[in-house]
Design a protein around this ligand. Structure first.
Ligand SMILES: [Mg+2]
Length: 266
């Protein structure tokens, strides 16, 4: 009998840690890419040294080509590829090393996206305050929106076609298959990984991270979180608001959740 985890490993080029003490799930912009240069270097070096103890997952709105560019460009800060990537705001799952999509995780999302663009694009064409983002946007549609002139009634018309409209950072609008987001895809991935949920910590800074915090897993809202996300904090019982920005906030949150001993040397 092949376990889910073995099936996952067969589809991921690089070996996953056998028995990680921590599964760290980080948003990128404003979170893992946030904070001072000194903190970023220190934290990225710690991640590098602890690859067997810490299973690292990017969980981002970026698409795979953008993540590939980041991993090349950020070489001077020392950011290494994670073990796994959740991209496209939860619509893509890929191996962190090869950035090849993982069929086991992607196919259920693909099935929910079938036929959606054909129905949505006519509604979006020429809509006020919208412009497409220049990216591949797999299994979603990605736009910039202008809060000044965007027409809110459009949301109802779009969502009637089985998608969720996700606004983030006061400028991004993502159309995702209904029920698919960073949180749902993370929970599905954790099931494949067969990890103990008490070993998982998530971190983020904008509204597209809210679904991760709503999973009930330990969450770190970094100190530079956007105002619209901070409003949600009181009902997020497992989410810790850090003082530090970006990487410094992640470290502070890991200490809060009892992972201090693992952070030795960071
Ligand atoms: Mg962010």
């Amino acid at each position: 009998m092949v376990s889910q985890r073995q099936r996952l490993q067969q589809q991921v080029a690089a070996p996953l840690p056998q028995n990680p003490q921590l599964v760290l799930v980080t948003d990128l912009d404003g979170t893992l890419l946030g904070g001072s240069t000194a903190w970023r270097r220190r934290f990225y070096a710690w991640l590098q040294r602890n690859r067997e103890q810490v299973l690292h997952v990017f969980c981002t709105g970026r698409d795979l080509p953008s993540i590939a560019r980041l991993l090349q460009d950020d070489a001077d800060h020392g950011l290494a590829a994670p073990h796994l990537v959740i991209g496209d705001v939860g619509c893509t799952v890929a191996c962190g090393q090869s950035l090849e999509p993982v069929p086991l995780a992607v196919e259920p999302i693909e099935a929910r996206w079938q036929g959606k663009p054909e129905r949505l694009l006519p509604l979006l064409e020429g809509a006020a305050g919208l412009s497409p983002q220049p990216l591949t946007a797999d299994r979603r549609l990605a736009y910039y929106y202008d809060p000044e002139c965007f027409e809110p009634d459009l949301v109802t018309a779009l969502e009637a076609h089985g998608v969720d409209c996700l606004f983030s950072d006061n400028r991004y609008l993502d159309l995702l298959p209904a029920g698919v987001n960073k949180g749902s895809t993370l929970l599905a991935l954790l099931e494949l990984l067969e990890v103990d949920p008490s070993r998982v910590v998530t971190a983020g800074d904008t509204l597209n991270d809210l679904a991760m915090f709503e999973t009930g897993l330990a969450g770190v809202m970094v100190g530079n979180a956007e105002a619209a996300l901070l409003v949600e904090l009181p009902r997020l019982t497992r989410t810790y608001l850090a003082r530090g920005h970006g990487c410094e906030g992640i470290v502070e949150g890991l200490q809060h959740f009892g992972f201090g001993p693992l952070l030795a040397g960071c």
